[in-house]
Ligand binder design. Structure first.
Ligand code: BGC
Length: 267
């Protein structure tokens, strides 16, 4: 089979669960060697590595907090030491610390901005340096490097009760677009993915009971919850040469959540 990402090196942050895991597995199926970054769950990260190897792929796990500069630098040094370079960065690590706006602590605001936004800045900066240093290797890809910024429908849908999270994702959009503009002459593509409701641990409360799921699906015209592999397949295509003319834009993958479903029979 002709693999789309043969011999490319991909680093996926937060790849031990949820969307990150789904993306890591799909990239590996297309021939990428994957660095499975995790924050604290080594057992889960090692399982992802084992699953990738069972598919005939190659992967290592690496612990780092993406919001801590020395840890990010160490992760890129190790990636380049292990695999020689890096071709693909998937900025995926993210979390929610939800509360009413008036009750939101500075610590919960800061943590969400640090992980969801500053983490993407730090990892992207290190990846871009290596892409520029190495340049295009045309046996591997038409681009010198590809960066995916995992965003959310909440880069455009305001989200009360989750103001820190929605703000971080609005920031991710502008980070992605501004990097894309600046880095395009270096043949680096930077793209956003805006998932809607995907069945992962981050939103378990929204799908774990039939009642919760029914309520959630009122927001999804296509009437099903998304799966990590839906996102994995999109990410894999976006970083492949089939998408070589795409940069600086977010692809929403949300079963229609951004279509203002409340207006379908109202307004
Ligand atoms: C959030 C989920 C939520 C989804 C749709 C995602 O970015 O992390 O908790 O279910 O957006 O609202």
């Amino acid at each position: 089979m002709n693999q789309k990402l043969k011999d490319q090196i991909a680093l996926v942050t937060g790849a031990d669960s949820g969307i990150g895991k789904g993306v890591a597995l799909e990239l590996a199926k297309e021939g990428a060697r994957v660095v499975v970054n995790y924050h604290h769950n080594k057992v889960a990260a090692d399982e992802v590595v084992t699953e990738i190897k069972a598919l005939g792929g190659e992967a290592i796990a690496f612990q780092a907090d993406v919001s801590k500069e020395p840890e990010v630098l160490a992760m890129f040094t190790e990636t380049i030491k292990q695999y020689g370079t890096i071709d693909i960065l998937i900025n995926n690590s993210g979390l929610q610390k939800d509360s009413k706006f008036v009750d939101m602590s500075l610590a919960d605001w800061q943590m969400v901005i640090d992980i969801n936004l500053t983490g993407q800045f730090l990892c992207s900066r290190e990846a871009a340096k290596e892409f520029i240093r190495r340049g295009v290797v045309d046996t591997k890809s038409r681009a010198a490097g590809k960066i995916i910024c995992m965003s959310s429908v909440h880069e455009v849908i305001p989200w009360g009760g989750h103001v820190n999270y929605a703000t971080s994702k609005g920031g991710v959009m502008m980070l992605m677009k501004s990097m894309a503009q600046e880095l395009a002459p270096h043949k680096i593509r930077v793209m956003g993915i805006g998932p809607g409701a995907i069945q992962t641990p981050i939103n378990k409360a929204a799908w774990e009971t039939p009642e919760a799921l029914q309520k959630l699906l009122k927001l999804v015209p296509y009437n099903r919850i998304g799966l990590p592999e839906d996102i994995g397949k999109l990410a894999t295509w976006l970083v492949s040469d089939e998408a070589d003319y795409i940069t600086g834009t977010t692809t929403f993958i949300d079963g229609g959540m951004t279509l203002y479903p409340g207006f379908a029979d109202n307004g």
